[in-house]
Design a binder for this molecule. Structure first.
Ligand code: HEM
Length: 221
C-alpha cells in the first residue's frame, strides 16, 4: 500500500470499499425501518434516518408503514454487500494486503497507539496503518462477518437451523444482528470523524494515490 510516504490503494480495494460503504448505509437505513416495526429495545429510530419510501403512501396503499419496501432495500443491499465484502476479502487475502498492512498487531502496540491517540499524540503516516487502525479494521471485518451470518440465520431460520441454534434461536440471532449493526455504526462514527481530521486519506481512497504529507498530521482513521 505504501511507497516512500505515498499512499496507494489498488482499484479492487477501492471498488470493494466504496460498494461496501453504499451497501452498509442502505442496509442500516432499511434495517432501522424494519426494526421499528418490531423493536427489541424500548426505542425506535427516527423516521428520517430510515430507508423504505414514503410511510404515509405505504400506509394508504397496503396498510403497512413502509416495511415491505424497507425489506426490498435490505435484500438489495444484502447482495451488494455480499459481493463487495467477498471482493474485499479475496483481494485482501490474495494480494497479501491483510498480511502486509493489517499485521503485525500486538496488544502492546495497540495500548501504546491508543494512549497516544487519547493524548492527541498519534501521527498519521500515509501508507502505514497504526495499531489502532489495524484493530479497528479487523474489528469491522469481524462485525461484518457476524452481521452477515446472523442475518442469514434470521432470513432462512429453517434451512440454516444449526446457525440459528449457534446464535441462541431466532430472537438470539436478532439480538446478535442488532449488536453487530451497533458495532458497525460505532466504527463508522469514529471512521468518518477521523477521515474528516485527515482528509488526505480520502483522496487516496478515491483516486488511489496521495502524495507525502507536507507536515505531520493528526490521528488516523
Ligand atoms: C461511508 C463513508 C466512508 C468513508 C468516507 C470512508 C473513508 C475511508 C478512507 C478515506 C479510508 C482510507 C484510510 C487510510 O488509508 O488511512 C478508508 C479505509 C477503510 N474503510 Fe472506509 N469509509 C467509509 C465507509 C466505510 C464502511 C461502511 C466500512 C465498513 C463497514 C469501511 C471500512 C474501511 C476499511 C476496512 C478500510 C481499510 C481499507 C484498507 O484495507 O486499506 N469504510 N475508508
Amino acid at each position: 500500500m505504501s511507497q516512500k510516504g505515498v499512499q496507494t490503494h489498488a482499484w479492487p480495494l477501492r471498488l470493494a470499499h466504496w460498494t461496501m460503504a453504499i451497501a452498509v448505509l442502505v442496509m442500516i437505513g432499511s434495517g432501522w425501518r424494519i426494526y421499528n416495526a418490531e423493536p427489541i429495545l424500548p426505542f425506535r429510530f427516527p423516521l428520517f434516518a430510515t430507508l423504505g419510501g414514503d410511510v404515509e403512501a405505504a400506509l394508504a396503499r397496503h396498510g403497512d408503514p413502509g416495511v415491505a419496501s424497507a425489506i426490498a432495500w435490505h435484500f438489495a443491499g444484502m447482495w451488494l454487500l455480499g459481493a463487495a465484502f467477498g471482493l474485499f476479502l479475496l483481494y485482501g487475502l490474495l494480494s497479501g494486503h491483510f498480511r502486509r498492512d493489517y499485521l503485525p498487531l500486538t496488544p502492546r502496540a495497540f495500548v501504546r497507539d491508543f494512549t497516544d491517540a487519547l493524548c492527541f499524540r498519534l501521527e498519521h503516516r500515509l501508507g502505514v496503518y497504526n495499531a489502532v487502525q489495524k484493530a479497528f479494521y479487523w474489528g469491522v471485518l469481524l462485525a461484518l462477518v457476524v452481521v452477515i451470518l446472523s442475518g442469514i440465520a434470521i432470513w432462512k431460520p429453517v434451512q440454516t437451523y444449526p446457525l440459528e441454534t449457534l446464535f441462541g434461536g431466532f430472537q438470539g440471532a436478532r439480538t446478535v444482528h442488532f449488536l453487530a449493526m451497533t458495532a458497525i455504526v460505532g466504527f463508522l462514527a469514529v471512521h468518518l470523524a477521523l477521515v474528516a481530521l485527515v482528509p488526505r486519506t480520502l483522496v487516496s481512497m478515491i483516486t488511489g494515490r496521495s502524495g507525502p504529507s507536507p507536515e505531520p498530521e493528526g490521528e488516523a482513521p
